[in-house]
Design a protein around this ligand. Structure first.
Ligand code: FE
Length: 205
């Protein structure tokens, strides 16, 4: 515990908002509302939530049809089954990609995101550009991520809200028959679970 904690920073290097945050934190600690340890625990908890959670869910669904059915029917219960805490999400919806239909997730209003499953949203997800263009030109956005969809594939865009969070279940890449869940999970990227691209292809050795 040394000077990588905020209150030891020379304050003049901090932005206005950073200074305000640290001042509030110091006050809350001083008044005994929360402790330094509470804050550290919360930071560790937040940082433990990463796209690896989503990748585990998708990979398990790919290899286990019964789990996949439960994951779609009751995503929060499926999370609990494998030790992922999704209780912070009110309504959690799984969107299954198929050869005919691709799903893409946005929050047009702000930056709602399934944080327990995917961690913190990338900056582009929060950008005005993405929030606007995902609705007006989703195929164009996908193209920029490297996914060129034929015209006959339908694209559905889902707008997240404070109440509903989505995860896209990408299609299992061809050539991965017999792969372990752990190896499959490595193909499930954050961006494929937002729906702007597919899962990574299985590359020949
Ligand atoms: Fe939002």
């Amino acid at each position: 515990m040394s000077d990588d904690h905020g209150h030891d920073h020379p304050k003049h290097e901090l932005s206005y908002y950073a200074k305000r945050i640290y001042a509030m934190r110091d006050l809350l600690i001083e008044k005994g509302v929360i402790s330094e340890k509470d804050i550290q625990c919360q930071i560790e908890y937040q940082e433990a939530r990463t796209p690896a959670n989503g990748a585990r869910l998708v990979a398990k669904a790919w290899v286990d049809p019964a789990f996949k059915a439960r994951f779609i029917a009751d995503p929060k219960a499926a999370c609990q089954e494998i030790g992922i805490d999704a209780t912070a999400i009110n309504e959690f919806v799984v969107l299954e990609n198929t050869p005919q239909v691709r799903h893409m997730v946005v929050c047009t209003l702000c930056s709602c995101y399934p944080r327990p499953i995917l961690g913190r949203p990338p900056d582009w997800y929060k950008s005005f550009n993405y929030r606007q263009r995902s609705v007006s030109d989703p195929r164009g956005v996908m193209r920029e991520f490297g996914l060129e969809l034929p015209d006959e594939v339908e694209v559905r865009v889902h707008d997240s809200t404070a109440d509903i969070r989505y995860i896209v279940m990408p299609m299992r890449p061809a050539g991965t028959e017999g792969w372990s869940e752990d190896d499959l999970a490595k193909l499930v990227t954050r961006d494929s679970m937002i729906g702007v691209m597919d899962a990574l292809p299985s590359l020949p050795e």
